[in-house]
Design a protein around this ligand. Structure first.
Ligand code: ADP
Ligand code: MG
Ligand code: MG
Length: 868
């Protein structure tokens, strides 16, 4: 096996072997861009390193040596040389970009001799010692785990003593002193001298990069982003160029389009006289890329040419890292840029219109899950005007977030897990903060630019972020920040507007968003590509209308029990439940009938000619009765029945295991009149709306069926009432009767059941519960552990378990169609809006998925992906 490739030996297609960074460095070298030469140690070397108990083996060492010799030859310099030494960077590069997760060491090869070599060769002692101090600090931090602040403190102290404001004011002499102090710190911390042999430095660095693949931050990032843990990272060894030689040098980051909005305009920042991560670290505030035009016009023109070339070459928005050394431009990295979902959509649609990519490609570039972000609320105009503006930072990642302030990741996670809405407020974020950033509604930092860690990561997550809010004086330890005289303490509410960078006091009201024309364009393409229909789960006309706006093609699940909980109705519902005789029950049901009819009419009107699947009453009856003693007494009084009678009835209805108890169609077996009333309300409502000129399509769904006889019996209650009403009316109304398949026995005997059903709707929430035997209400007590121990990959209540529960669904479809070829098939569990489950539904040939209104666009895109 070949483990080490020169940049000239790779291509962009070799990502899985060379990592994203390595493959693109190779590609850029080959197409003639100014990339400092180097080589890549493959991801396979990393995985083999783990197999060999984290030891570098001799064949690999030989290969590294020979590629290094080649590089020295190309550069005409030698590592560690005392007159004109080669310096290299050692850069990690995983297959999927993991910003800030893995570590990089710059200026490797420096020691007390070679530093003088650089000083002479470049005629710049300041550069030499600035590079040396950076190298010691990075090496100690990355390779040896010496905390950064031990070095930062020395740097800060020196600056203070000398009365400097910026690092760039430090002189060669200052830096020399700092290097000496750094080495002392290193020795104190590690117990050994700082390694002076450059090849030993190189091997230690390579191992450090390999080891960083399994640091906790990297593991967390992979877990959150579904990246497999066994891919490994490549290591890139690249000759150094210097952005820190003086005012004619610098380093920066740029996106070929705006990563927040998608606007087709170069977007980026750079710092003069700086190296490596100074831009991202937010130590000095960087300048906008536009001013490079004035600073160094020739470099700017060349940079523009290259950014356009790269975007054309990769046919996607690029995120480019560059360095200028004495007015010579070098490109150090390119990759497809992370972007907000709004930008993703705008860029994809623009690129189709620019003739760069196909519509299919554009649709495939949109991650279904992330579209969700676009649909979420914005601040309400009036509330915003009235709000107290605290401060303004950079609009780093759009969105509107309101929540309680927390000053570190752990507190954020803890508060969020208690259901609080939180905001993470930090001086600046680092990869250690990832879990807190995930938990928070939004992120606010006092330092750092548009490409700071907080900004990049937040955009990647689609999370609201305001960065670089310099007027905040944050005391993270004490748990407060100040703006002017105003103090905001931990737990206080503030609001962030990531599109403007504004920070407001208190929780500002929010409103539903409006979608852009480009979103509409994209969704028309999506709808042309998918086979699966998308319906919604909606119980009210309001939800139904939202869903129709989001593109719902019908209601797949309208739960009727929610209608029973309304304040004016609950007395009649309770009366119905407590009734001791059929007669008394009928009286109560007669009170509910007109209300139910109104409910359905509202929904039919909202849905127009789209199908509406209405599920008959499903929960156990005790859910409608009070539990507390005082509420029972109160209810008995209003119903004028003896308290003891009521208590007896409440006790009567209690069950040990209500989810497996007297619910669903079982209620209709004991109390047929309940479903009869609901059927009457549905059909009468449908007739009334049909008379208004809407061709309604009601579908009556019977829940919790386990056997065909059960369905046949309950169905007869419904059809008798329905047919009778239709016969007596003067309109022609078609309706369907079908059932949910949510009990494993129903899936297994679906061929029998299909003879009595016009449609099946797979209720995968209950099917998962009963298929696994996991209680939906209690399973999260142990499911976390199942995931951690790898017994389950995903929570099966969120992501359909295709191998087991999915198999039941597939079997249900096949058996159902075998006896009833016209049967209509859908899914109405939570899974109907989860992309991988939607894809599964497409594969097994369901007719539709049904999901909550906000997930409808997600499901539409997922369905298009499945069909492509
Ligand atoms: P990350 O993956 O965290 O972005 P990189 O490997 O890209 O880490 O390194 C970070 C930065 O270090 C680069 O953006 C670049 O500015 C600087 N850098 C890396 N290699 C070199 C090099 N050979 N010469 C000069 N600067 C370099
Ligand atoms: Mg890094
Ligand atoms: Mg980089």
């Amino acid at each position: 096996t070949k483990y080490v490739y020169s940049f000239s030996e790779g291509t962009k297609e070799m990502k899985s072997l060379l990592g994203g960074k390595g493959a693109n460095l190779a590609e850029m070298s080959i197409i003639g861009l100014p990339v400092p030469p180097g080589f890549t140690i493959t991801t396979q070397a990393c995985t083999d390193y783990y197999k060999q108990n984290k030891e570098l083996w001799s064949d690999l060492l030989d290969e590294i040596k020979s590629k290094l010799a080649e590089l020295e030859q190309t550069m005409g310099k030698k590592l560690g040389d005392a007159t004109n030494p080669l310096l290299v960077s050692v850069r990690s590069g995983a297959v999927f970009s993991m910003p800030g997760m893995m570590d990089t060491i710059l200026n490797l090869g420096l020691n007390d001799e070679s530093v003088e070599g650089i000083a002479k060769a470049m005629n710049n002692p300041r550069l030499a010692y600035d590079s040396y101090r950076r190298f010691i600090q990075m090496f100690a931090d990355v390779a040896m785990d010496v905390p950064k602040y031990k070095f930062e403190a020395i740097l800060e102290r020196t600056k203070e003593q000398k009365g400097y404001h910026y690092d760039t004011e430090l002189t060669a002499e200052d830096l020399k002193g700092i290097v000496a102090e750094f080495k002392t710190v290193y020795k104190l911390e590690i117990g050994k001298d700082f390694p002076s042999d450059p090849f030993e430095q190189l091997l230690m660095a390579v191992r450090a990069v390999f080891n960083s693949w399994n640091n906790p931050r990297a593991i967390t990032y992979r877990r959150l982003n579904d990246i497999p843990h066994d891919l490994g990272t490549a290591v890139n060894v690249q000759s150094m160029v210097f952005g820190n030689t003086g005012d004619k040098s610098g380093t920066g980051v740029a996106f070929t389009r705006n990563p927040s909005t998608g606007e087709n305009k170069l977007f980026g920042e750079y710092l003069i006289n700086a190296q490596g991560e100074d831009v991202v670290a937010g130590i000095r505030t960087p300048q906008s890329i536009d001013t490079l035009k004035d600073d160094m016009p020739a470099v700017y023109d060349e940079f523009i040419r290259i950014t356009q070339l790269l975007e054309n070459h990769y046919k996607d928005m690029q995120d480019i890292e560059f360095t200028v050394e004495d007015e010579k431009l070098y490109i150090l990295q390119t990759r497809n840029g992370k972007r907000t979902s709004q930008a993703a959509i705008n860029v994809a649609v623009d690129m189709v219109e620019e003739g760069r990519i196909s519509k299919e490609e554009a649709v495939l570039r949109i991650e279904p899950e992330r579209v969700n972000e676009l649909l979420h609320p914005k601040f309400e105009d009036k509330a915003l005007k009235a709000a107290h503006l605290l401060a303004k930072g950079l609009p780093a990642s759009p969105g509107a977030a309101a929540g309680k302030v927390y000053f570190n990741a752990e507190d954020c996670v803890a508060a969020s897990s208690k259901g609080e809405k939180t905001l993470l407020v930090r001086l600046e974020t680092s990869p250690e903060d990832i879990e807190g950033m995930v938990a928070a509604e939004g992120i606010l930092t006092a330092r750092g630019g548009m490409t700071s860690h907080a900004a990049v990561v937040a955009r990647g997550m689609g999370k609201c972020c305001v960065a670089g809010c310099g007027t905040l004086r944050i005391d993270e330890r004490a748990g407060f920040f100040k703006v002017g005289d105003l103090t905001v303490k931990e737990g206080d509410y503030i609001s962030l507007d990531g599109s403007t960078g504004s920070v407001y006091l208190g929780a500002v009201d929010r409103v539903e968003p409006k979608l852009s024309g480009k979103f509409e364009t994209l969704m028309t393409w999506v709808d042309g590509m998918r086979k699966l229909k998308v319906r919604t789960n909606a119980d009210t006309p309001k939800d139904a209308r939202i869903a129709v706006d989001f593109g719902a093609e019908g209601i797949g699940l309208c739960r009727t029990e929610h209608m029973f909980f309304e304040a004016e109705r609950i007395p009649a519902v309770r009366e119905m439940i407590i009734a001791q005789s059929l007669e008394a029950r009928m009286t109560a049901l007669a009170k509910l009938l007109p209300m139910q009819r109104e409910d359905f009419m509202g929904i039919f009107r909202a849905m127009g000619e789209r199908s509406v699947t209405i599920r008959l009453l499903d929960p156990p009856l005790h859910e409608f009765l009070p539990r507390e003693e005082k509420d029972i007494i109160e209810l008995a009084r209003t119903m004028s029945i003896p308290v003891d009678d009521l208590k007896a009835r409440v006790d009567d209805l209690q069950e040990f295991n209500p989810m497996l108890g007297h619910r669903g169609c079982r209620l209709a077996v004991t109390y047929p009149e309940i479903y009869a009333m609901q059927a009457q309300a549905i059909i009468e409502g449908a007739i009334a709306v049909k008379k208004e000129g809407i061709d309604v399509k009601p579908e009556i769904m019977i829940p919790l069926i386990g056997s065909v006889k059960e369905l046949a019996y309950v169905k007869s209650i419904v059809t008798e009432v329905a047919d009778d009403i239709i016969a007596k009316s003067d309109v022609k109304l078609n309706y369907l009767v079908g059932t949910m398949i949510e009990i494993p026995r129903a899936a297994i005997t679906a061929d029998e059941i299909a003879k009595e059903a016009q449609f099946f709707s797979f209720g995968t929430n209950d099917l998962t519960q009963m298929g696994f035997g996991f209680s939906r209400d209690d399973a999260n007590k142990f499911l976390g552990e199942y995931e951690e121990k790898g017994i389950l990959e995903k929570d099966p209540f969120q992501v359909l378990d295709q191998a087991g529960i999915g198999k039941l669904v597939k079997m249900g479809c096949e058996l159902g169609r075998s006896t009833n070829p016209d049967i209509h098939l859908g899914i109405c569990g939570e899974h109907g809006g989860e992309p991988s489950s939607v894809e599964f539904c497409h594969r097994i040939g369901l007719d539709y998925v049904s999901c909550s209104p906000f997930r409808v666009p997600v499901a539409r895109i997922a369905a298009a992906h499945a069909a492509l």
